[in-house]
Design a protein around this ligand. Structure first.
Ligand code: NAI
Ligand code: MG
Length: 332
């Protein structure tokens, strides 16, 4: 039995959480879910988007499946997602995007894995007014230590998974200190991995290359903001945000979530595609050594994607979150 913290999250979170826990149970995963609240729900209920007992549970069990959490734009509270990644030192945000069977998209051989630095960059929340409402500034932090950790994790992943190329994405031509340091660390760490081909690309060129010829990319490593943007782009290459899972991994804790957010535009309508969150849960099962169950569920997903009458509208289906969930269970 595995003890795992479960945070259903906001918006479509509860619907896709129901779906994923149902499928995992049906597949025979022995998990003791420890449910806790965070985000908008927690803010409304207890006045704190990240309640102490939620954080304590995460620190104690060190393993979590987390639904999307809404972060209000402008005033309100700071991102709980960013706080959790920082608090638990989950420095690798790993976001695979792979062409799926029976899904229509412009490309048919995308198979890339993005490593997004998850603890610093422009996401540290050091923003301030120089002059209220007319002049703002924001600070980005890049350290050798955090850069080494994420870049080494990406190289190590490439080596362990029989991948051959690592592309480091930066903007070192303009951001000479921050991105310059990240790139320099990349060249240093690359010396430890002579078996992996190393290249670097400036982020604007990368954006163009990804939409023109995404098949050329294998493992990618980049800073926090670029990784955030390019991983949504990568999802778009293979059929949308409903299809890409993600893992946040540190040296002693891991938290699994989808790339997408709380999708308020479709929340509560039985329309959300649970595949992305389900793929995150499969990354979690693999992380805890339940590879056989993960493989069974993956095969059931592939089979289900062939029947558009049970799939959700975002991937051209005429079904719902519930019909998809039932079909995956039937296909196990
Ligand atoms: P979003 O990712 O929630 O939605 C973008 C678009 O993709 C929407 O049209 C949505 O309907 C669609 N979409 C997303 N997931 C889907 C799914 N599973 N099935 C079908 N369609 C799906 O991005 P948005 O609207 O910019 O952000 C909404 C909220 O989510 C914001 O408060 C944001 O801060 C938060 N967010 C949270 C994340 C997290 O918890 N890790 C990540 C990204 C955003
Ligand atoms: Mg994002």
């Amino acid at each position: 039995m595995h003890d795992i913290v479960l945070i259903p999250g906001d918006g479509i979170g509860p619907e896709i959480t129901d779906s994923v826990t149902t499928i995992l149970k049906e597949a025979g995963a022995e998990i003791n879910w420890l449910e806790h609240i965070a985000g908008l729900e927690a803010y409304d209920e207890v006045g704190n988007p990240l309640p102490d007992d939620t954080l304590e549970a995460l620190k104690e069990y060190k393993l979590a499946l987390k639904g999307p959490l809404t972060t209000p734009v402008g005033s309100g509270f700071r991102s709980v997602n960013v706080a959790l990644r920082k608090e638990l030192q989950l420095y690798s945000n790993i976001r695979p995007a792979k062409t799926l069977p029976h899904i229509e998209s412009r490309f048919d051989k995308v198979d890339l894995v993005m490593f997004r630095e998850n603890t610093e960059g422009l996401y540290i929340g050091k923003e301030q007014w120089v002059e209220e409402n007319s002049h703002a500034e924001s600070i980005a932090v890049v350290t050798r230590r955090a850069s080494e950790k994420i870049i080494r994790a990406a190289f190590q992943y490439a080596r362990n998974n029989n991948r051959h190329k690592l592309t480091l994405v930066h903007k070192a031509n303009i951001l000479k200190y921050t991105c310059g340091l990240f790139l320099e660390v990349g060249h240093d760490v690359a010396k430890e991995f002579p078996d992996i081909h190393f290249e670097d690309l400036i982020v604007d060129n990368m954006a163009m290359q990804m939409v023109m010829r995404p098949e050329q990319f294998d493992v990618i490593v980049t800073t926090n903001l670029f990784g955030d943007i390019l991983s949504d782009l990568a999802s778009g290459l293979i059929g949308g945000l409903g299809l890409t899972g993600a893992a946040n991994i540190g040296d002693d804790a891991a938290m699994f979530e989808a790339v997408h957010g709380s999708a308020p535009d479709i929340a509560g309508q039985n329309k959300a595609n649970p595949t992305a969150f389900l793929l995150s849960a499969l990354m979690m099962l693999e992380h805890i050594g339940e590879n056989r169950i993960a493989k069974n569920i993956r095969n059931a997903i592939y089979k289900t994607l062939a029947d558009k009458s049970v799939c959700t509208p975002d991937i051209g289906g005429s079904g719902s979150t519930e019909t998809y969930t039932r079909a995956v269970c039937d296909n196990l």
